[in-house]
Ligand binder design. Structure first.
Ligand code: ADP
Length: 195
């Protein structure tokens, strides 16, 4: 008799004490995706939730370093990231993805990879003028100088989400308030049931 067969089956959810899922933050560069992802992760980790942040900018230095900014490459960038997020969610993590992900098709594809109650599309919204004024990485400035062609919002399209699960208006709301709203939405959805 195989000794392993006698062990009771244990799910990732039982092991970790919470559900897995993907929180997909989409929006223009400078809208606040990375900031909110980091703050949310800190708060969840403190509450004992096993998380991982997949930041689009960072992935472009590794996993997606071979990709450019053509529509095809952008689609591939999102697809690969979605697959990694799916694998991590399968392993029981609450994955927070922060990437522009400009096209509806890519975001729908990401949603299709996990059960519907385990995916939250969050539109991190700020008007282009506000994002450009913030310009946290100096990229809008470079784009306006013509040094960064195909920059989203300047000379490459961003398709506004048509049916996001949540909209965070970062031009009108503080980081803390955005994170609190997101946390409550996660609780509503039953992804995170900690007190
Ligand atoms: P993105 O990841 O979308 O490119 P970042 O998070 O890198 O954007 O930068 C957003 C900038 O906007 C940061 O400097 C952040 O401090 C600022 N900011 C102001 N208000 C908010 C808010 N409510 N939520 C997120 N970021 C905000």
């Amino acid at each position: 008799m195989n000794a392993l067969a006698e062990l009771p089956a244990v799910t990732h959810e039982q092991l970790k004490g919470h559900k897995a899922g993907i929180v997909w933050l989409t929006g223009l560069s400078g809208a606040g995706k990375s900031t909110i992802a980091c703050e949310l992760e800190l708060r969840l980790r403190r509450a004992g939730v096993h998380t991982c942040v997949l930041d689009g900018d960072k992935l472009r230095h590794g996993l997606n370093a071979d990709l450019g900014y053509s529509p095809q490459d952008r689609a591939c960038n999102v697809q690969r990231t979605a697959h990694v997020a799916q694998l991590m969610a399968d392993a029981g993590l609450l994955v927070i993805v922060a990437m522009i992900s400009p096209y509806n098709e890519g975001r729908l594809y990401a949603r299709s990879l996990v059960p519907s109650d385990q995916f939250l599309e969050v539109f991190v919204h700020a008007p282009l003028a506000v994002c450009e004024q913030r310009d946290p990485k100096g990229m809008y400035r470079q784009a306006r100088l013509g040094l960064l062609p195909n920059f989203t919002g300047i000379d490459s399209a961003y398709e506004t989400p048509t049916q996001p699960d949540l909209v965070l208006n970062t031009a009108e709301t503080t980081v803390a308030a955005c994170v609190q709203t997101l946390k409550m939405r996660l609780q509503q959805q039953g992804i995170w049931n900690c007190a």
